[in-house]
Design a protein around this ligand. Sequence first.
Ligand code: PGA
Length: 250
Amino acid sequence: MHRKLVVANWKMHGSLAANQQLLEGYIQRLKPLENVDVVVCVPYPYLGQAQSLLQGTSIAWGAQNLSKDLAGAYTGEVSVAMLQDFGATHVIVGHSERATAYCESDENIATKFMQAKSHALTPILCVGETLIEREAGVMEMVVAKQIDTIISMYGASMFAGAVVAYEPIWAIGTGLAATPEQAQAMHEFIRGRIAAHDKDAANSLKILYGGSVNSQNAVQLFVMQDINGGLIGRGSLNAEEFEGICRAAN
Ligand code: PGA
C-alpha cells in the first residue's frame, strides 16, 4: 500500500569531514534502491552540506527539530522557512530525547507539527512510551494522548501525508528493539485512532518504527502490515549498516 520510508536520525553526531564520508557512502550504496524513499536528518549546521552533497540524488534531507514560531525574538531557534532555505523536506518533531531533556509539552510539539505541515515540510512526529508505562499496560493511553493533542488543536486532517514514528523509549539506543508484533499492534492502534476522525488522513499517513533497528532485525519489522519504514539512529551512522536497513525496506 505504502512506499517504504527510511529516515536517518544522526542526532548530535558528525563533523564536516565525517559527514562527507558518510554521505558519499550513502550515495554510492543507495543508488540502486527503487522502492524506498530515504531521508537523512542532520544537525542544523550541516543542512547546507547535506544540500550540496545530496542535491540531484534520490536521497532527501531534513532537520531534527524546528521552532513553533515563524520568526522573531527567539534566540537559538530555527524556523520552518530557514529549513526550507536549505532544501529540507522533512523535520523530526517531538523526539523523546528532546521532549524529556528540554521539557517540550505535547502542545508545543503539536504546534511545531502544524507549522511544518502547513508550510509543506513533512513532519515526522515521534511518539512512544517508557518501560514503566509499558509494564503498567498504559502504553496505548500515553501514545493516544500525544496523537489526540494534535487532533484536538488542529484536526485529524493534519495527519494527511505526514509521518508518525512510533519509538518506544525503552527501545531507543538500547539494542532492544520492540518485537514486530509489539510494533505492529501499536502502529495499528495509531492508524485506527486517526481513522476514527479522518479515514483518508489515516490511510495516507506513514507510520515508521524507531528504536534499535539494525540490518538484522529490519526485515521482520518492515514486513508488518502497518509498519511503513523506520527511523534509524545508531544504524544510520555507518553507511554499510544503513544500506542493509534500506535494502530490507526495499
Ligand atoms: P536508535 O535511535 O536507532 O539508535 O535506537 C532511534 C531514534 O532515536 O530515532
